[in-house]
Design a protein around this ligand. Structure first.
Ligand SMILES: Cc1ncc(COP(=O)(O)O)c(C=O)c1O
Length: 300
């Protein structure tokens, strides 16, 4: 991992190596923390953070699910994030804010534990470092929507993702795909799922998935490109016979899917729609599409 000079931790910019915490930190034991993944991109006007306000909103929503009282306002946090990126002198990269219950007491109920907050940023080029990915349905289903606040980005949810990723160790698959409790396609370990059939783009509706900010951007980009877009239940059988499929996420951006459970997508290796969406998405994040200018936050 590429380090940077500063991490912001509980009100201070401190050296990267000093950003450590106690082993009896509550969230380390029970997974009760909320986090975000945000990217910033180099543009003609300098580094710009993509959809910063929406990511901060989701962080507060997730923290609220854990009844954390946030020690900072949203505007304060936005300014801290901008300052951190500026101080670390990166043109492009990834930002990871995390809010967690700290060290004071153990026992599952966190009430009485301090709420702590840290933000790091670093250069993270490609999360899925492949042009296109081979994916495999996990033997684990996505967390049942009634088992948690499913659209909150909570660390504990990612145990589900860790288990699914570990299943793929030593295989040729690059990423796992979750089905939901009813057997429909839900999402990837850290990505939302889309498929294309006869030039129509389909994506699972909200309910068992993270309400991805990239998913939302891609739906708007697809609309601008005049594609028909449908949010619906998708079966694996439908996905196997789709023309194309792709993943979206802040980290993964737009990544075409080459095969699902070894069923090659029909459009492999061209992916005309996925690559058109990917190109348009990269234009948006790099400030090349005026219709989306409001999504970019510049440092100064
Ligand atoms: C489980 C899961 N689904 C979807 C996404 C994509 O969300 P976003 O586009 O907001 O990064 C992520 C990434 O944060 C994720 O972890």
């Amino acid at each position: 991992m590429q380090t940077t000079k500063f991490i912001w931790y509980n009100d201070k910019f401190i050296p990267w190596a000093d950003a450590t915490t106690h082993v009896l930190t509550h969230s380390l034991h029970y997974g009760g923390s909320a986090f975000e993944g945000i990217r910033f991109y180099n543009t003609d006007k300098g580094p710009a953070i993509f959809r910063l306000a929406e990511h901060v909103d989701r962080l507060y929503y997730s923290a609220n699910a854990l009844k954390m009282s946030m020690p900072y306002t949203k505007d304060e946090l936005i300014n801290i994030i901008k300052e951190l990126v500026h101080k670390n002198e990166l043109a492009e990269g990834y930002i990871r804010p995390i809010v967690f219950y700290g060290y004071k007491k153990l026992g599952v109920n966190p009430v009485g534990s301090p709420v702590e907050c840290a933000i790091a940023c670093w250069s993270w080029k490609a999360y899925l470092p492949y042009e296109c990915v081979d994916i495999k349905t996990s033997q684990y289903i996505r967390i049942h929507p009634k088992s948690s606040v499913i659209d909150a980005k909570l660390s504990g949810h990612y145990v589900n993702g860790i288990l699914a990723s570990l299943e793929l160790q030593g295989t040729h698959y690059h990423e796992a795909l979750f089905l939901d409790n009813e057997g429909y396609i839900s999402e990837g370990v850290g990505e939302n799922f889309f498929m294309i059939k006869d030039n129509v783009i389909y994506t699972p509706q909200l309910g068992t998935i993270l309400n991805g900010i990239t998913r939302d951007t891609v739906m708007k980009v697809a609309q601008q490109l005049k594609f028909k877009m449908i949010e619906t239940n998708i079966t694996l059988e439908e996905a196997y016979h789709a023309d194309e499929a792709f993943f979206t996420g802040t980290a993964a951006e737009v990544t075409p899917i080459r095969s699902i459970d070894d069923h090659r997508m029909k459009a492999d290796p061209e992916y005309p729609v996925a690559l058109q969406i990917k190109k348009a998405y990269l234009e948006v994040v790099h400030g090349k599409n005026p219709a989306f200018a409001k999504y970019l936050t510049y440092l100064k």
